[in-house]
Design a protein around this ligand. Structure first.
Ligand code: MIC
Ligand code: SF4
Length: 621
């Protein structure tokens, strides 16, 4: 039996395998970090006492906290730049672009493994790499040359046939798949695309699909590296990075889907979950207040060609605010040179910085109850900065066409070829810095040491600090946005905001009680890789999270910081008294208030068991 492309790449990087626990450890070739997770990752890396990174390539991006309200973010940027220079890391300064877009343009190499402290790292898999999102501590370990351990992923084969009709986009493919598989359908799986339809998609389109594979909860997604990939790399002046990579024809997938591209229609992820999918035709006539085009999902030159084709000679509806954020300096230069920027300005667009910006609630929060159409990847409750806003995730085509109409409208059948794709791709190095190994690390006053955590103990009593439903996101746990993001380097301060959007008293309740557990249902911790969603609750005294299932990255973050993840569906109310007793074999949870006991096997690997017993990974150095 032949091999999937996924296992061709993973096996070529495998250093060990634990068949009993179904895990494998792989060498990581490249890493990426961004500023919002990067400060912690580098504090962790520095604590290892190593003189330089031990990867083929590590890149540090600044793209999330670029509002710079006060000194905190600017201090973080300085810290990141000096760390990068000292330890041998390429530095991408604020303004250079969104980490995933720049990484795709400049650094992603077919066949390599890439680990990034951001859940959308799989964007780079569009060239045929296996790129994986992880917590900062895992990325720090990879920079120190340590292998990365994953559950051996199941491989989902998605066969694409036919070609997309005018007005239908790669974004519609992945939104459609989200509608089928749901936000938890991809956990511990890699989504592998194959079939004739693949040939009809360029690398930016493939990367849009891989990017939103994160919303399926997938470990990664992957496309073959073919002639189209070679052309893309050639345009980026790095054809030498290309190798052909494909699956064996007779490989067998664990799960199979076929998508006939000819039959797809423009669709949207409706409020407040990427898997709440409807066709645009079902949403028509909904009045739109805001349209935002950008983010790591849809901010390539290719995306703006389509947007400008729709906006050419048109005006944005008077009741709509249209903001656009090109994904990188390269994209910005290209749309400037090729006349696209003029079209956008003539139409009435607001030009935003090449950064994450509104995608992570850094500005552009919609009005009360506003309808906001975004080409982004997440529409979780509160993420836009306005809890009552209705955020729809759509393709650039739907976004642009609806901006003109003033209501949600389907671009099906519209031609989008007013601008050429066959143009020069400038190599923009003005905000990229190679390391010189000469800097001393500069640390501003808001950058605080990582707190030390004692082990939770093998048996403890604690109270239920919050009881939650399915699909709780890390945005619920540790909100982002302009108010909170400046404290990513200050755990004491940021812990005040844990669950603040849904339970403003959570933090105080935890501190008053000392010891706590969180109780939830399935897919707890989906979404972002932010390890603050583990560290800050740990700081507040949370010792265990009891949930029917966990999202992959968050579960690892909990373990890394010494919190016990317990996969159990228990009955519990706020402030119920709980006892947790656990050893290598069994975990027992007793709700003393309700007089109910639950027992399950301890399915932690030996390493995970050790980490939690010692109080977390940082206590092992
Ligand atoms: C996100 O899209 O939620 C983020 C912000 O990029 C996060 C990382 C973070 O919280 O800093 C992610 O996706 O991992
Ligand atoms: Fe940035 Fe948004 Fe992409 Fe996260 S999803 S990396 S916040 S653009």
């Amino acid at each position: 039996m032949g091999k999937t492309l996924t296992y061709k790449i993973l096996d070529a990087h495998k250093v060990s395998e634990d068949l009993e626990n179904n895990t494998m450890s792989i060498v990581i070739d490249q890493t990426l970090t961004q500023d919002a997770t990067g400060t912690m990752a580098y504090l962790e890396f520095i604590s290892f006492g190593i003189d330089k990174v031990r990867t083929k390539l590590s890149v540090s991006y600044v793209d999330h906290n670029t509002l710079q309200n006060g000194f905190m973010n600017a201090d973080d940027h300085k810290f990141l730049q000096t760390v990068a220079d000292k330890y041998g890391i390429v530095f991408s300064k604020a303004g250079n672009g969104i980490c995933h877009q720049v990484n795709l343009e400049r650094f992603a190499v077919p066949g390599r493994t890439i680990l990034g402290s951001d859940s959308h790292t799989p964007t780079s898999s569009g060239v045929g790499a296996i790129a994986i999102g992880a917590g900062g501590l895992d990325v720090a370990c990879a920079m120190a040359g340590k292998p990365f351990t994953i559950v051996r992923p199941k491989v989902v084969g998605v066969k694409l046939t036919g070609s997309l009709r005018d007005g239908v986009s790669a974004k519609d493919i992945i939104i459609h798949l989200l509608g089928i598989m749901s936000v938890k359908g991809g956990v511990n799986k890699v989504i592998e695309y194959y079939g004739d339809g693949v040939k009809t998609l360029g690398v930016p389109a493939r990367s849009t699909i891989c990017n939103m594979g994160a919303e399926l909860g997938a470990t990664s997604s992957v496309f073959p590296s073919d002639e189209i990939t070679r052309q893309f790399l050639k345009l980026q002046s790095r054809e030498e990075d290309w190798t052909e990579l494909k699956r064996d024809e007779d490989c067998v997938y664990d799960e199979n889907y076929t998508i006939d591209l000819n039959t797809l229609e423009p669709c949207a992820s409706c409020p407040n979950s990427p898997d709440n999918v409807k066709k645009i035709s079902e949403l028509k006539d909904i009045k739109v207040d805001q349209v935002l085009i950008g983010s790591c999902t849809n901010s390539s030159y290719y995306d703006f060609v389509k947007v400008a084709s729709i906006l050419k000679g048109k005006k944005v509806h008077k009741d709509v605010s249209l903001g656009i954020a090109p994904g990188s300096q390269q994209v910005l230069q290209m749309i400037t040179k090729n006349g696209i920027l003029d079209v956008l300005l003539e139409a009435g667009a607001r030009i935003l910085e090449s950064a994450c910006g509104p995608c992570i609630g850094m500005g552009q929060s919609p009005a009360t109850n506003a309808v906001s159409l975004r080409t982004f990847n997440r529409n979780f409750y509160g993420r836009s900065g306005t809890n009552s806003a209705q955020v729809y995730l759509v393709s650039p085509e739907v976004a642009a066409y609806s901006a003109v109409q003033g209501y949600i409208a389907s671009p099906l059948g519209l031609k989008m070829d007013a601008f050429s794709l066959d143009v020069d791709y400038p190599k923009c190095d003005s905000l990229l810095y190679k390391p010189t190994f000469t800097s001393e690390v500069v640390m501003g006053p808001n950058i605080k040491p990582i707190p030390h955590f004692e082990p939770i103990g093998q048996s403890f009593d604690a109270k239920v600090m919050i009881s939650l439903e399915d699909n709780i996101t890390t945005d619920h746990i540790m909100p982002a946005g302009a108010k909170v993001l400046p404290y990513r380097s200050n755990i004491e301060k940021i812990s005040e905001f844990v669950f603040s959007n849904i339970d403003p008293d959570f933090s105080k309740r935890c501190l008053d009680n000392g010891k706590g557990v969180i109780v939830a249902k399935s897919n707890y911790g989906q979404g972002s890789s932010r390890e603050h969603a583990a560290i800050a609750p740990r700081y507040l005294g949370i010792k265990a999270v009891i949930a029917s299932s966990f999202a992959r990255i968050h579960k690892k973050n909990l373990i890394n910081f010494g919190i016990l993840p317990i996969e159990l569906d228990i009955e519990a109310n706020l402030l119920d008294e709980i006892n947790v007793t656990w050893d290598r074999k069994t975990i027992t949870v007793t709700n003393k208030t309700l007089n109910k006991t639950y027992t399950r096997d301890c399915e932690l690997t030996d390493d995970e068991y050790k980490l939690i017993s010692l109080g977390g990974l940082l206590n092992t150095f």
